[in-house]
Write a protein that binds this ligand. Sequence first.
Ligand SMILES: [Zn+2]
Length: 90
Amino acid sequence: MAAKQVNYYDYDRSKPVECRCGWSGQPGAYEDYFHELLDVTCPRCDTMLLIVPYPTRAQTEEAAATGNEEAIAELEQIEERERTTGEDEE
Ligand SMILES: [Zn+2]
C-alpha cells in the first residue's frame, strides 16, 4: 500500500492516523524530516503512512490567501529572508 501524500497545509499533526496493522495514533510523534518532505511511519510495523512534501512558495501563498495562519507566518518569514538575502548578495 502506497503512503498517502498530504498537502502540507492540510496535514493535521493531532488528527489520528490508522495503519492496517491496527496501530493508530497522532502522526506528530512519528515524523521523520528529510530535505524536501517529512513522512510518518508506523511505529509498530514500519509502514510509511503519510508523505508530506514541504510547501512550495505558490502553495504557501495560496494557503495564506485562504487565511491559514501558519502559511501567513511562513510567507512573512520567506519575504523577510528574501529581503535579507537580497541585501547580502546583490
Ligand atoms: Zn502498522
